[in-house]
Design a protein around this ligand. Structure first.
Ligand SMILES: Nc1ncnc2c1ncn2[C@@H]1O[C@H](COP(=O)(O)OP(=O)(O)OP(=O)(O)O)[C@@H](O)[C@H]1O
Length: 599
């Protein structure tokens, strides 16, 4: 059993540092954004004192000419604030999107260089949920939540300053609202946030039920399961509605509490203002301005509190993205070694994925330059593990792997990739032109080189018959390739890459028998002239090798040529006997029969 070791998540401090560094790279835009947001909030501050001034002029019986200046200023402030708010929102979104784009690129770049072993420990789902789900959450926050929070935060902060400057006693009275807000927020976080989380889970379940029902419609019809499927969808929809309604009820209570806080705070400001006016300490206009300030700060406070959940979600998602973006790419040695030839030496190699569960126990193996070795053994014997260690995907727990005399770590990640290639049955065909898919192996290859590689693995025939030949769009959304054709492509990429050492793991195991035969021939041609370790599932593959190595429970128990091992009557002879018997009773392709040496 493997232990999940999720990819790193940045600490809040590291996330802030990274964001700061990203924002600094766009300091011009960031500065402009701050100026617009602060400007909008600051201009808004002049509105309550101006209204207060108007009231004082009216109360003092001033002439109407005196009203003109404050009224014009009010109109100008409203216009300027509107313009700056609009500009601030647009600039915040632009800054956020720019930073997110850089972050996204970095996440993808780092994701591609994450050592496979680390990715396997984390599970690809972890990385996928980050590059899809987390990016979506942050994207939405960048355009909606962050600008609103920046605006609200600045308005609240500056308004509180304005209130204190206007009259500290009014500011003190306004503070009466704070305890209700703090207690309300604590209650909200404890009771509503978990409901939101549950709501998202239930919605995910409902989507899954819908997808299952739609994609499995034909099966449901065939087995008369329509009613049962409908019931599943109905039940999950009902649950989603129930949970959403529970959330709505709680949010309404929270809003009531906020309204109560507003009532209390505003009453306190008005009563204090009344008392101060009564004592001739301030004018009616100042008291009015105080009440307006309070009111002005209140809406954004509500907004800030309501966005708290989104903000939490977005910060978590951001920390998960920054966590991946901060993974150091594997270090290259200062002076990478160069493999002298294609020989492989495995010395006393031990390996285990989980402490206390060793998989390989001191494996020694020598493969000569250009030699073809077949690795066989029962399921779980450790064949794939050994191949991965030789490919440098996992470093062995103990022991050494050398290629052409150089240790894998001295070759460095890039050198190891150039020297050893592991071809597995998991072949991914990238969406795009077939030629581009092939060029992943050798970006500078011209069309002639691509055709030569395809011819070498006998794939040129079907590629020529595609609607646009090399330019045919394949992969997701394009021309669908059969598993055999995908494997053909993988082998053609191998030819283009041209590594001296190849590890072929189950590359031909999945295809149907006719395809398997074709691929065996293609693999044969792709491997010609290279050192090869073939994890063989059909013993015909093993029999054709120069040497066969039998692995049992993580140990090499036998090795030698096919005839030699048959004559010895050991593990291989027994496996061959059992396999031949099964072939005679149920021949895979209905034509061939097992013989002592099939090739
Ligand atoms: N990533 C992993 N984490 C934990 N255990 C693993 C991991 N990969 C393989 N194992 C375990 O290591 C042992 C050897 O697995 P391995 O895949 O190397 O065997 P194999 O001989 O290639 O088997 P098969 O023929 O079924 O592919 C098995 O017990 C397997 O469960």
């Amino acid at each position: 059993m493997s232990v999940r070791e999720l990819l790193p998540t940045a600490s809040p401090r590291a996330a802030r540092r990274e964001l700061w560094a990203l924002a600094r790279a766009h300091r011009g835009l960031a500065l402009l954004t701050v100026v617009a947001l602060v400007g909008a909030a600051a201009i808004g501050l002049v509105v309550p004192p101006l209204l207060g001034r108007l009231i004082d002029i009216v109360i003092d019986g001033g002439d109407s000419g005196e009203l003109t200046a404050p009224a014009v200023l009010l109109a100008a402030a409203a216009l300027a604030q509107g313009l700056l708010t609009g500009a601030g929102g647009a600039l915040t979104a632009r800054l956020g999107e720019t930073i997110l784009a850089v972050l996204r690129e970095r996440v993808v770049e780092r994701a591609l260089s994450i050592p496979v072993a680390q990715l396997e420990r984390a599970g690809t789902g972890d990385l996928l949920s980050r590059v899809s789900g987390d990016v979506a959450v942050v994207s939405q926050a960048v355009t909606l939540v962050f600008p609103a929070i920046a605006r609200a935060g600045l308005t609240v902060g500056l308004t509180v300053v304005g209130l204190v400057v206007l009259d500290w006693r009014l500011a003190l009275a306004a503070l009466l609202a704070a305890p209700i807000q703090v207690l309300g927020l604590r209650w909200y976080l404890r009771s509503v946030v978990p409901i939101y989380r549950r709501e998202r889970e239930v919605q995910g379940e409902r989507t899954q039920q819908l997808l299952d029902t739609v994609s499995g419609a034909a099966t449901s019809r065939a087995f008369g399961l329509g009613d049962a499927r409908e019931e599943h969808v109905r039940a999950s929809s009902q649950e989603a509605v129930d949970v959403a309604m529970l959330g709505v009820a709680k949010v309404k209570r929270f809003l009531h509490a906020l309204n109560g806080a507003e009532l209390l705070g505003l009453s306190a400001v008005l009563v204090t203002g009344f008392a101060l006016v009564d004592a001739d300490a301030i004018t009616v206009g100042t008291a009015t301005a105080g009440a307006l300030y309070f009111h002005r700060a209140f809406d954004p406070i509500g907004e800030l509190l309501m966005f708290f959940d989104d903000l939490q979600e977005a910060t978590t998602a951001l920390a998960r993205l920054i966590g991946v973006a901060s993974i150091d790419p594997p270090a290259e040695p200062e002076r990478p070694a160069i493999a002298g030839d294609g020989s492989v030496a495995v010395d006393a190699v031990h390996h285990g994925y989980v402490d206390g569960h060793p998989v390989l126990h001191g494996v020694d193996l020598r493969i000569g330059d250009g030699e073809r070795v077949a690795l066989i053994g029962t399921t779980g014997a450790g064949k794939t593990t050994l191949a991965k260690l030789i490919a440098g995907i996992h470093p062995p727990t103990r022991g050494d792997v050398r290629i052409g005399g150089a240790r894998l770590e001295d070759l460095g990640p890039a050198g190891a990739r150039r020297t050893v290639n592991l071809v597995t049955q998991e072949v991914h065909v990238f969406a795009g032109r077939l030629a581009d898919d092939l060029r992943l192996a050798r970006p500078d290859a011209d069309d002639d080189a691509l055709w030569a590689a395809l011819e070498r693995v006998d794939a040129d025939g079907w590629v020529r018959s595609l609607p646009d030949g090399l330019q045919t769009i394949v992969g997701e959304g394009g021309h669908r390739l059969t598993p055999t054709q995908s494997q053909h492509l993988a082998l053609a990429r191998l030819v283009l890459r041209d590594p001296p050492v190849v590890l072929l793991d189950e590359a031909t195991a999945e295809a149907g028998s006719a395809g398997a035969r074709l691929l065996e021939d293609a693999a044969e041609r792709a491997l010609a002239g290279r050192t090869a370790l073939v994890v063989a599932h059909r013993l015909t593959q093993a029999a054709a090798a120069d040497r066969i190595v039998v692995l049992d429970a993580g140990r090499v128990v036998e090795q030698g040529a096919h005839d030699e091992l048959l004559a010895r009557g050991g593990s291989y002879a027994r496996l061959w006997g059992a396999w031949s018997a099964s072939r005679i009773s149920a021949p895979a392709d209905g034509r061939r029969r097992a013989s002592s040496r099939p090739r």
